[in-house]
Ligand binder design. Structure first.
Ligand code: ADP
Length: 157
C-alpha cells in the first residue's frame, strides 16, 4: 500500500501553538507529515530560515512521523518530488476558507490530483496567527502564550 504522506507548508514565522496543535491532530491520519517551510524570495521574514527550521526540528523532535524540510517554487511540485499525495492546511475562519479554497483547487490540477486535507482550528487557537504574534514580538509584548516552549525569543517572557 502507498504510504500516506502529507506536506504541511507554511512560513512558520514563527511556529505557533496553533500550528503544533494542527500537526499533532493530523499525525494519526498519515504515515508521514513533512512540515515544510516555503521560501518566497519576495517575502520579508522576521526570523531567518535556519532559525525557523531549527524551531520546527526542536518542536517535533519526539514525533517519529514528522520531518522538517524547506522548498522553493510550487508547493505541488515539492509534493510530487516527495511522493506526497496530500497537503495539510488549517482553517481558522471564513477568510482562511476563501483564500484556501482557490489554492486547493489549483493545487489539485497542478498537482495531478493532489488533495488538500483541512482541519478546523481548535477553538482555543483560532485567534492565533503568526502575523499577529510577530506584531506582539515587535512591540516587545508577551508572546509566550502563543508559542511552543521550544521557541525562545530573547526579550519576551
Ligand atoms: P502561510 O504563510 O502559508 O499562511 P502560515 O505559517 O501562516 O503559512 O500557516 C500555515 C498553515 O497553518 C495555514 O494552513 C494556516 O491556516 C495554518 N494555521 C496557522 N495558524 C493556525 C492556527 N492558529 N490554528 C490552525 N491552523 C493554523
Amino acid at each position: 500500500m502507498n504510504k500516506k504522506i502529507a506536506v504541511f507548508p507554511g512560513s512558520f514565522d514563527p511556529i505557533t501553538v496553533g500550528h503544533v496543535d494542527l500537526v499533532k491532530r493530523a499525525i494519526p491520519l498519515f504515515d508521514q507529515i513533512i512540515v515544510a517551510v516555503g521560501i518566497n524570495s519576495q517575502k520579508k521574514y522576521l526570523f531567518n530560515l535556519e532559525q525557523r527550521m531549527q524551531w520546527l526540528e526542536d518542536v517535533f523532535a519526539s514525533e517519529d512521523k514528522v520531518v522538517v524540510d524547506s522548498f522553493q517554487g510550487l508547493t505541488a511540485y515539492f509534493c510530487q518530488e516527495k511522493g506526497a499525495n496530500y497537503l495539510l492546511r488549517g482553517l481558522r475562519n471564513g477568510s482562511d476558507f476563501d483564500y484556501e479554497k482557490t489554492i486547493s483547487q489549483m493545487n489539485n490540477i497542478v498537482g495531478n490530483g493532489l488533495e488538500t486535507i483541512f482541519l478546523i482550528s481548535a477553538p482555543a487557537y483560532s485567534h492565533i496567527s503568526s502575523t499577529i504574534v510577530r506584531e506582539v514580538i515587535k512591540g516587545n509584548g508577551e508572546a509566550a502564550a502563543f508559542l511552543p516552549p521550544e521557541v525562545k525569543i530573547e526579550g519576551i517572557g
